[in-house]
Design a protein around this ligand. Structure first.
Ligand SMILES: [Zn+2]
Length: 315
């Protein structure tokens, strides 16, 4: 069992150039790769030079609104960054885009709320997800990654993409995204401009209970039947039983995401122990274990230092 840089998909948080002076709290959020939309190409250039070919873009808007409409704006950070990357690097880099609304609406939920009762309205949310996905495809995305856990999201997005002539754009579905306590560090970055926002969201109405293995398997089978080209399990390290089991059942690539809370545990542990090289060894061991369990690709936060170390040790 070996690890190569081509096993990795690197997430990047992109924000509009108007937020250039936005300060990322790396104490809270960890060393998440981030860039303004107009500065994205230098970061992608560095990643390509270290062997990375797949990136996953998450966006922040200039302003949130009730309906999260900025997520589908053709001048949004993800759309602008995607166009720039495809213009400069073409097919050298595979651009995957996160399709959700929680970074764009007031509520922070992954769907649009029904005003009458505050609950997420699945049907309304699907209509917005279709618009977001087609706007990403129109900007040149190679693959869209719906992460909202709305029922029917893969089928809706597939139909929308096909009807707008984007039949070649793939779908990587967050099929088994659990209602986990491990997403906090990323949220503290993504929501840092909204101090009144309670970061302890209860998304259990649409994310999966981590106590129910069979439900995760059903969701994955369902997404494949709706046309998902890749399926995902998230988080990862406490879910390797699922990874092992699912890999034996499916014939599409299985992707996992080592989420910000998992990553930060490793990162902070090393900081406490004061062993700077240890983090590289721990990450390496972590990624190998994830691959050994059966994942085809791994999405994980990473520093450029680690990537250089990895590229060097593999060469
Ligand atoms: Zn979301």
């Amino acid at each position: 069992m070996s690890l190569t840089v081509s096993d990795l998909i690197i997430p990047i948080l992109v924000y509009p150039r108007s937020l250039k002076h936005f300060i990322f709290d790396t104490q809270k959020g960890g060393p998440i790769l981030a860039s303004s939309d107009d500065g994205i190409c230098s970061l992608v250039f560095d990643l390509i030079n270290n062997g990375i070919t797949d990136i996953l873009l998450f966006g922040l808007p200039c302003k949130r609104d009730e309906g999260g409409t900025a997520a589908a704006d053709k001048s949004g950070a993800v759309q602008v960054a995607t166009r720039k990357i495809k213009r400069d690097f073409g097919s050298t880099v595979n651009v995957i885009t996160d399709v959700c609304v929680c970074q764009y609406n007031f509520s922070g939920h992954c769907g649009i709320s029904d005003n009458s009762n505050g609950n997420v309205d699945n049907f309304k949310s699907l209509a917005l997800l279709e618009k977001i996905a087609t706007s990403h495809a129109d900007s040149g995305a190679d693959c869209v990654a719906p992460s909202s856990m709305m029922d029917g999201q893969v089928d809706s997005i597939r139909q929308a993409l096909d009807s707008y002539g984007f039949g070649a754009v793939k779908i990587m579905s967050y099929s088994a995204k659990h209602a986990s306590s491990l997403y906090g560090p990323f949220r503290s970055v993504a929501f840092a401009r909204n101090n009144s926002q309670d970061l302890a969201f209860d998304k259990s109405a649409y994310q999966l209970p981590y106590s129910n293995r069979r439900e995760a398997i059903r969701e994955i089978e369902h997404d494949i039947s709706e046309g998902a080209n890749m399926v995902m399990i998230k988080p990862t390290l406490w879910y390797l039983d699922l990874v092992y089991e699912v890999k034996k059942m499916i014939d599409v690539p299985l992707v996992v995401q080592v989420v910000s809370g998992e990553y930060l545990m490793l990162w902070k542990g090393e900081r406490v122990r004061g062993d700077n090289l240890g983090i590289f060894n721990e990450l390496f061991e972590t990624l190998i274990s994830v691959k050994r369990a059966g994942s085809d690709r791994v999405i994980t936060y990473i520093t450029m230092d680690f990537l250089k170390h990895l590229a060097k040790s593999l060469s």
